[in-house]
Design a protein around this ligand. Structure first.
Ligand code: ZN
Length: 147
């Protein structure tokens, strides 16, 4: 990754951590609380699914810049997507942040988190919103922890 791209990615992460998008509860949504004890990140993801499609998604909570920005960019990326598309995005995202794999261009803005692979202690911050989303989509649990 060249330094200009790295700077741009950093700016996007800072922007989303300071002004998170879709940062609100959704009364009609399924809610799951996610906790990352390693960092102390705690957030609740709300999701509304209709006819196999994510029609609305939001989150609230307190976390570090990475977890907040990751949740914010995630909500933007998955809104309007099918469950299969969202699941495929998470698989790509997970591979990118754990192995440094070059992301599929279809990941779009989610690629800004590629640098997380260099900081293993932050991987759970970046993936917490996604694990929480998966739990909400599966509908089996109302609380998850990364540990
Ligand atoms: Zn964190």
């Amino acid at each position: 990754m060249n330094s200009e791209l790295r700077e741009l990615y950093q700016e996007i992460i800072v922007d989303h951590s300071k002004r998170p998008r879709n940062f609100h509860k959704i009364a009609a949504g399924r809610a799951v609380e996610g906790f990352n004890p390693l960092c102390g990140d705690r957030l609740t993801v709300y999701v509304v699914v209709d006819d196999d499609k994510i029609v609305d998604v939001g989150f609230v909570g307190n976390g570090c810049a990475i977890s907040t920005a990751s949740a914010s960019v995630m909500t933007e990326a998955i809104k309007g997507k099918s469950l299969a598309e969202a699941h495929a995005m998470f698989a790509q995202f997970h591979a990118m942040v754990t192995t440094g794999a070059t992301p599929d261009p279809a990941l779009g803005k989610l690629a800004v988190f590629g640098g997380v692979a260099e900081f293993p202690s932050r991987v759970k911050c970046a993936t917490l919103p996604w694990h929480t989303l998966e739990a909400a989509l599966e509908g089996n649990e109302d609380r998850i922890s990364t540990e």
